[in-house]
Design a protein around this ligand. Structure first.
Ligand code: NG1
Ligand code: ZN
Length: 524
């Protein structure tokens, strides 16, 4: 007998789309929203199985992050606030794609294979972004949870990192924080205000920021958060959810187009930041007083700022033995890596694209700072380091202890990362121009090319070298060789789109553009 209740009724309500196979990739399921209802329903069933198997609460967030408004997606959050365990990705892909008449059989096979006790609690925490399609998909997800006789708690509108925080807090019995949206604001604002009290207001730091909320959830949640910190840091929030999500604004628009959002007229002496559609990425920018031009500070610049602050503060707190390491991907600007190694004397690691790879590597460090160039990242403190810092009475260690509480260690978080950057700028008593001048970015170009089968390209060495098709890497090396010692270029299949990405970096923008074009010609 099936352990699912009213399955047939809901399979009729959420019938499978034939012909479209949708995979659970690095960012969960992502597709045009109108193709996702049956996936959301099946994900609901799967989430209950995962929760029962882990004997813990699981999260499911409905969002397609920086994708256009008409897309949507669903992503799981494992018990400690981390991404879904790798080996379960293919399992949920299977369940999401089997024909309707095989759903029951597939679920029963999972129950048998993992010895899942269907009599235990299966609790799923649910949240969603501001997309118009999100409430409908949420309804399908909740139906799936009910069919599997699980329990759902629907938190409504949340940023992705907020749900990560809530899941971890609940599963650790509140040790990480109070497991509510308000608990999140409380934890971050307490840490921020304590740090602010210890640091004071340094003369070169102006506590005001213009924030582009990408017409999404980030704008709503930042408005709520700002009430918790009063005038200690004030915001002008632009791009609230009335506009089209991510359209001509948001972190991805700024990073890809290397320009400010269309509606913003930049003023000298003002800092700006853009969030993405689910507020897990952040990019800073400003108008430079010397050249009067737009300058961007991406994930690499944030990583360098954080690493510099942590290294100096750990030394001042007599923790010279604690190493800060940096984890990047092949897209990291070459100048940032050189600065980290040669000026900060830190170990740097390069891992394949995708947050889970960065998070995993950073988790093996004493203090691991990881950021993708696109502005997604956070800082992980090992248990031992966190305990030592929290036990110390050294004034700098006390500052670090509040700093740890300011960081969302579960995942990249635009609100938390913004507070981290603002606190560090104040603490170091520097302007955004000073921060920007730590190193000069090497000019680069990122191209993408639609292809029939992107998987004809395979890579190695953290995606920096091609294995197949044979001969391609030798041809890339030969081409790069004509562009000077700082030039590099690589190609890799995207994990989220049907495209191959081509990246080039060189001494000048003209060279970077030309190199990218030449390498693209080698591929196609
Ligand atoms: P793919 O499509 O695999 O390049 C993109 C981003 C990643 C990451 C994922 C998940 C670039 C070049 N790639 O991956 O950094 O954010 O999406 O959203 O930005
Ligand atoms: Zn995002």
């Amino acid at each position: 007998m099936s352990t699912l209740t009213n399955l047939e009724t809901f399979l009729e309500k959420y019938p499978a789309e034939s012909g479209t196979r949708i995979n659970y990739g690095t960012s969960g399921f992502r597709h045009k929203a109108d193709k996702l209802s049956h996936i959301a329903f099946r994900v609901g069933i799967f989430a209950v199985l995962r929760a029962r198997y882990k004997k813990a609460i699981i999260g499911a967030i409905i969002t397609a992050s920086h994708n256009p408004e008409e897309d949507n997606g669903i992503k799981f959050i494992d018990p400690m606030g981390e991404m879904l365990e790798d080996s379960w990705e293919s399992l949920v892909t299977d369940l999401a794609n089997v024909p309707d008449d095989q759903v029951d059989k597939t679920v029963q096979a999972l129950i048998a294979r993992f010895g899942i006790d269907m009599a235990t609690d299966g609790i799923v925490y649910v949240g969603r972004d501001t997309r118009k399609s999100s409430p409908t998909l949420c309804e399908a997800l909740l139906a799936g949870i009910k069919v599997a006789n699980g329990t759902s708690i629907d938190f409504g509108l949340l940023t992705t990192p907020q749900l990560h925080y809530i899941v971890r807090s609940k599963n650790t019995n509140g040790q990480y924080g109070e497991p509510t949206e308000d608990g999140y604001y409380q934890k971050l604002s307490n840490a921020f205000l304590r740090l602010n009290q210890l640091i004071g207001n340094n003369p070169n730091y102006k506590p005001h920021l213009v924030v582009d909320g990408a017409n999404g959830i980030g704008a709503l949640q930042l408005t709520k958060f700002s009430k918790f910190i009063g005038d200690k840091l004030t915001f002008e929030i632009v791009h609230e959810p009335q506009g089209i999500l991510n359209y001509q604004c948001g972190a991805d628009f700024v990073k890809v187009n290397q320009r400010e959002p269309k509606s913003i007229v930049l003023k000298v002496d003002q800092r700006y930041a853009s969030f993405d559609g689910d507020a897990d990425r952040i990019i800073y920018y400003y108008k430079n007083s010397k050249d009067d031009k737009f300058h961007m500070l991406d994930g690499d610049k944030i990583a360098v700022l954080v690493a510099k602050y942590l290294k100096e503060t750990l030394a001042a707190a007599a923790f010279d033995d604690i190493a800060v390491s940096i984890v990047q991907t092949a897209y990291a600007n070459g100048s940032s890596t050189i600065y980290m190694r040669e000026v900060l004397n830190m170990e740097t690691f390069c891992v394949p694209t995708g947050v889970k790879h960065l998070h995993h590597k950073a988790g093996q460090c004493q203090v691991g700072v990881y950021f993708e160039a696109n502005g997604h990242g956070t800082i992980l403190f090992s248990e031992d380091v966190e305990r030592r810092i929290k036990q110390s009475t050294n004034p700098k260690a006390i500052q670090l202890s509040h700093f740890i509480d300011l960081v969302n260690q579960t995942v990249g978080d635009a609100i938390s990362d913004m507070l981290v950057v603002e606190t560090i700028l104040n603490s170091l008593n520097i302007t955004i121009e000073d921060w920007d001048s730590l190193y000069n970015d090497l000019p680069n170009r990122l191209l993408k090319q639609e292809v029939v089968d992107r998987n004809v390209i395979t890579t190695t060495d953290a995606e920096r070298r091609c294995v197949l098709p044979s001969g391609l890497q030798a041809a890339i090396d030969e081409t790069v060789g004509h562009f000077g010692s700082k030039a590099r270029s690589f190609v890799r299949p995207s994990g989220t789109e049907d495209v191959v990405r081509i990246f080039a970096e060189a001494q000048s923008q003209t060279d970077a553009d030309l190199l990218a074009k030449k390498v693209a010609n080698l591929v196609f």
